[in-house]
Design a binder for this molecule. Structure first.
Ligand SMILES: *[C@@H]1O[C@H](CO)[C@@H](O)[C@H](O)[C@H]1NC(C)=O
Ligand SMILES: [Mn+2]
Length: 354
C-alpha cells in the first residue's frame, strides 16, 4: 500500500549522514521546480482554451456584452487573428497599362485569378482587409465591356488588399434603363450576402489606370473617376459625380440611397451629388494623376435616351430625397447567377409611373 515511497526510503537509508542531507535538499528543489513548471504549463493550456471559448461565443453575443464582461480575453483573441492590412498596400505600383483594342479571354482571366472565389469574391489571406467592399455595376447587354472590366479590375482590386465582391445588377427586359435604381438594388442585394461596409458604384465601361486609386471608402463620399479620358483627364464640371463613386454604408443611409425616378440617360448622378451636399457632406477625390481612367468608346444604348425630365427632377432633390430612395425601393429578383469572377443578379425594375 505504501509501496511508492519504499524505493526512496530504501535509497536514503543506504546513504551516510552528510550526503543524505544534500540529496534531500536536491530532491526538494527538484520536485518543487518540476511542480511549478507543470503548473505553469497547465495554466497556460487552460488559458488558451478559455480564450477559445470566448471567441466562439463572440458571434452569438452582442458586442457590448463582450466588451463589458470579457474585455481582457477578447483583446487576446483579436491579437491571435490575422493582423490588419496596412493603410497603404505594399503591392501597389501606380500606373497600369490598359488597352481596349487587345482581345481578352475570360477563360484565361479565370485562370489568372485563382484566389478569386465563386461569385467574384476575394479577401487577402495574410492580413485582415480594412474594409469590406461591394462593387456594384448597373448593367444590360454589355458583356463585351464586362470582359475588359473583369480583366483589368480583378488584379488591381487584389493588389489593393480589399475584401470585395463583384455584383452585376442586370436590368431585365427592354424597358427604359434606370441606372440609379439598379445601384440601389445592388446595395440591398449585396448586404443580404455579406456584411459590407463600403459600396463602390461603377459603370461597366470604366477602368482605372492607376492602382493607387483605391476602391474603398473615405470620410466623405468619394468620386473615383476623377480624371476620365473622355473629359480630357479632368472633370466636365466641378459637381460631376458620374462614372465610379464610393459611399460607406453610413453615407448611403444618410442620403436615403439614390433616386429611383430617373429613367433614361442623365441626371441621376447630379441628384446624388445634391443629396450629398444637402446632408452636409462633400466630395473627396484622388488627384488628377492618380484619378486617371479610361472609358470604352461606344454608342448610346437603345432604350437609354436622354431623360427630358432630368433638369426638373434635379431642381427638386431636396424635397424628393426623403421620400424617394432606399426607403421606397421596390423590385423583383428574376435570377441570380454565380460566375467565377462575378455574381449576376437579373432584376425587374418596373416601368416609369404615369
Ligand atoms: C480562350 O482561352 C482558352 C484556353 O485557356 C481557349 O481554349 C479558348 O479557345 C480561348 N477562347 C477564345 C475565344 O480565344
Ligand atoms: Mn459609357
Amino acid at each position: 500500500m505504501k509501496q511508492p515511497l519504499l524505493p526512496v526510503s530504501a535509497v536514503t537509508s543506504a546513504l551516510p549522514g552528510a550526503s543524505l542531507q544534500k540529496a534531500c535538499k536536491f530532491l526538494v528543489v527538484f520536485c518543487s521546480l518540476h511542480l511549478s513548471v507543470t503548473m505553469l504549463y497547465y495554466l497556460s493550456g487552460a488559458d488558451s482554451s478559455i480564450f477559445q471559448y470566448f471567441s466562439i461565443n463572440q458571434q452569438q453575443q452582442t458586442p457590448t456584452a463582450i466588451y463589458s464582461t470579457y474585455s481582457t480575453p477578447l483583446t487576446t483573441t483579436i491579437a491571435k487573428e490575422l493582423p490588419d492590412c496596412p493603410e497603404s498596400s505594399p503591392l501597389l505600383r501606380g500606373p497600369v497599362t490598359v488597352n481596349f483594342n487587345v482581345q481578352v479571354n475570360i477563360t484565361e482571366d479565370i485562370k489568372a485569378n485563382p484566389h478569386v472565389t465563386e461569385g467574384g469574391h476575394y479577401k487577402p489571406s495574410d492580413c485582415k482587409a480594412l474594409q469590406k467592399v461591394a462593387i456594384i455595376i448597373p448593367f444590360r447587354n454589355r458583356d463585351s465591356h464586362l470582359k475588359y472590366w473583369l480583366h483589368y479590375m480583378h488584379p488591381i482590386l487584389q493588389k489593393q488588399q480589399l475584401d470585395y465582391g463583384v455584383y452585376i445588377i442586370n436590368q431585365d427586359g427592354d424597358n427604359t434603363f434606370n441606372r440609379a435604381k439598379l445601384m440601389n438594388i445592388g446595395y440591398a442585394e449585396s448586404l443580404k450576402e455579406y456584411d459590407y461596409d463600403c459600396f463602390v458604384f461603377s459603370d461597366v465601361d470604366i477602368v482605372i489606370t492607376n492602382d493607387r486609386n483605391l476602391y474603398r471608402c473615405y470620410n466623405q463620399p468619394r468620386h473615383i473617376s476623377a480624371a476620365m479620358d473622355k473629359f480630357g483627364f479632368g472633370l466636365p464640371y466641378a459637381q460631376y459625380f458620374g462614372g465610379v463613386s464610393a459611399l460607406s454604408k453610413e453615407h448611403f443611409r444618410k442620403i436615403n440611397g439614390f433616386p429611383n425616378k430617373y429613367w433614361g440617360w442623365g441626371g441621376e448622378d447630379d441628384d446624388i451629388y445634391n443629396r450629398i451636399v444637402a446632408k452636409g457632406m462633400s466630395i473627396s477625390r484622388p488627384d488628377t494623376v492618380t484619378g486617371k481612367c479610361q472609358m470604352i468608346k461606344h454608342n448610346r444604348d437603345e432604350k437609354n435616351d436622354a431623360n427630358p425630365k432630368r433638369f426638373d427632377l434635379i431642381s427638386k432633390t431636396r424635397e424628393s430625397m426623403e421620400k424617394d430612395g432606399i426607403n421606397s425601393l421596390s423590385y423583383k429578383v428574376v435570377k441570380t447567377e454565380k460566375f467565377p469572377l462575378y455574381v449576376k443578379i437579373t432584376v425587374d425594375v418596373g416601368i416609369p409611373s404615369r
